[in-house]
Design a protein around this ligand. Structure first.
Ligand SMILES: Cc1ncc(COP(=O)(O)O)c(C=O)c1O
Length: 406
């Protein structure tokens, strides 16, 4: 395997050099006084990234799945009702997790090529005048389908229904890459994972939790120990951790937050849009269908693309891996074998992205796909040549080579 090729799976992402250096640490004493102040600084930066003033930050040695579990185990009781849209494998998996914990899940079946449906959420909440539904679960960015949901519209749906349900959002593949506004959107729990927008190795579940969600923990009776918010808050507020913390990953998170905030969150989101749009234009030029029916909901971190009917997309991703040592995402769930996914989140330069598109193009031609040589790359190139008005970042933006007109 050629490890110098960029990786195009939708997380874990390529590791920026600054982060690799930050995590390359000798053993650090987690009971030293420095730890407490470092942790506070990390929490403050994560609050800025989630755009929350009062949301409490929790960081667990876990992954996004652990974040899902922490969200429900700390706020709900056995038999509680929750409402969730199913529109991809990740929203589906969170539903399964809730069911496993004995929650009653009202599932809204949505088109897997579209977002979570705020109208159906509102209708369902209106049919619950006694307020039995305790939480609405939404996956902001379905990594399987490359479709973004409108969290602000879901908040409006909850408010229009006059319902008191909390809003829990899986932002695993959106936070720190795409626009995310925890306070403005009234999100009660936001779940992220270190290996996506934060550009770290896997290993941290990162959560922002509203005071309302924390308060709901007083009566919640689902079993929790490792993920207990109470013991985590108690120990971190006095400068410790309830168990041995992953010091190197935390140092990496500190650096990652610095990189993101130096660039500016608007610039980070613009950069992701810019890179993603080039990929979508390449797909159009190949005459291949992007999974997102409505482009205004297309994800800026992953693009899911259908292969022509009768083809097996796994053959394409395997060929890319074996012949060109380049990794792309495979199709998941009901789209397995029908789609491939191009991950374009985190640190990724325009030349890297073009290399990825050129390599897919070669692989498709090797496999006799009906595409003309160079058309996808040319479409992306023309887009990438456009000067865009994103604020130039001190760090990543220049490293990424995003063109700036300033
Ligand atoms: C949207 C989304 N949610 C949850 C998860 C699960 O996260 P993890 O694999 O870190 O447990 C993923 C993983 O890719 C994801 O993309």
């Amino acid at each position: 395997m050629n490890l110098s090729n960029a990786i195009f799976i939708p997380g874990p992402t390529n590791l920026p050099e600054r982060i690799r250096r930050a995590i390359d640490l000798p053993t650090v004493d987690h009971r030293s006084p420095n730890f407490a102040s470092d942790l506070k600084a990390i929490f403050r930066q994560v609050q800025n990234i989630l755009k929350t003033d009062n949301g409490q930050i929790f960081i667990f040695p876990a992954t996004g799945t652990g974040g899902w579990e922490a969200a429900i185990a700390n706020t709900l009781s056995r038999g509680d009702r929750v409402l969730a849209c199913r529109h991809g494998v990740f929203s589906e998996k969170w539903i399964h997790l809730c069911q496993h914990f004995g929650l009653e899940v009202d599932v809204i079946e949505c088109d897997w090529r579209g977002p979570a449906n705020p109208d159906l959420i509102e209708a369902k909440l209106r049919s619950d005048p006694r307020g039995e539904i305790k939480a609405v679960l939404v996956t902001h960015n379905e990594t399987a389908t490359g479709v973004r949901s409108d969290i602000s519209a879901v908040r409006q749906a909850i408010d229009s229904a006059g319902h008191s349900a909390m809003l829990f959002v899986d932002g695993v593949s959106s936070i720190a890459s795409m626009d995310f506004e925890m306070d403005t959107w009234g999100v009660d729990i936001a779940v992220a994972g270190s290996q996506k927008g934060f550009m770290l190795p896997a290993g941290l579940a990162i959560l922002g939790v509203s005071q309302k969600a924390i308060a709901s923990g007083a009566t919640a009776d689902l079993p929790r120990f490792f993920f207990d918010f109470r013991q985590m808050m108690q120990t971190t507020s006095s400068g410790g951790f309830p168990y041995t913390p992953p010091m190197q990953l935390l140092a990496g998170l500190n650096e990652s937050c610095k990189i993101l905030l130096e660039e500016g969150l608007d610039a980070v989101a613009s950069r992701h849009f810019f890179i993603a749009e080039g990929v979508r234009r390449a797909a159009d030029a190949w005459n291949l269908e992007v999974c997102a029916h409505d482009r205004s909901f297309a994800s800026d971190t992953v693009t899911t693309i259908f292969v022509p009917e009768g083809r097996d997309s796994n053959q394409l991703t395997l060929h890319l891996h074996q012949k060109y040592q380049m990794s792309f995402g495979v199709g998941l769930g009901q789209f397995a074998g029908q789609v491939f996914r191009i991950g374009h989140l985190g640190q990724l330069s325009i030349p890297n992205m073009l290399a990825g598109l050129a390599t897919i193009e070669m692989a498709m031609r090797d496999l006799d796909y009906p595409i003309n040589a160079g058309v996808g790359v040319a479409a992306a190139q023309e887009w990438y040549r456009i000067p865009i008005s994103v604020k130039p970042a001190a760090g990543l933006l220049s490293e990424c080579g995003v063109i700036s007109d300033e």
